[in-house]
Design a protein around this ligand. Sequence first.
Ligand code: GSH
Length: 226
Amino acid sequence: MTKLRLHHVQYGRSFRVLWLLEEIGLAQKLGADLEVTEYLIGTNEMRESDLPKLSPAVRIPALEIGDLQMAESGAIVEYLTETYAPELAVVPGDPERPAYLQWLHYAETQASLIEQLNLQMVFLRPPTVASPVVIKLNVARLRSTLKGLETHLEGRDWLLDRGFCAADVMYGFNLFAAPFYVKLDEFPNIRAYKSRMEAMASFQRAVAREGEQRFYAQDFYPVPEH
Ligand SMILES: N[C@@H](CCC(=O)N[C@@H](CS)C(=O)NCC(=O)O)C(=O)O
């Protein structure tokens, strides 16, 4: 049986890959069992596992398909779609290719801000103190990326005119983590976009596999006063 193994962290970027694997139905296509290896960030689990052999920066996601080993969520999303679901990719020469690449990679501009906020608000432990200035700055920068996405989504169901594609999958992590730092009340297009994701059967299967949210200890993290 072909090996199909995803290295995963709850509420992390690996959700993008988990969702895409469900959308493609890759386990069924390969006649494989999807094995999900979950880690707890902030422990030694990742360094002490075989992840360092798979992921140059020892980060998740990493994906193994047979002998193939790959890290970087965006790269994995591009590879999986062009190899197994070309209808979700946009090929070179297609007029929507520049927009496809732009929005696929914009997701990481946004995700890196979420990551900085996770670092300050979730991972720092006493006696280390989070920096209100850095938090305030990163919240403002995250809000600004959400505004850019909100404007783009005006009058659209998905990022591209052709409909749901691999670039949308990248936001399956971002838009579920961002609201812990920036409320989405001011972004109606993003809220509707999220609802469209949540209505997809593949998304629901990925959420069911991931289980209840356990990563964040509270529903919202306000910017500390000082
Ligand atoms: N650009 C990479 C970023 C990967 C990344 O930073 N993943 C986070 C979880 S979302 C991680 O593994 N963090 C562990 C750490 O920082 O030690 C990607 O998209 O895969």
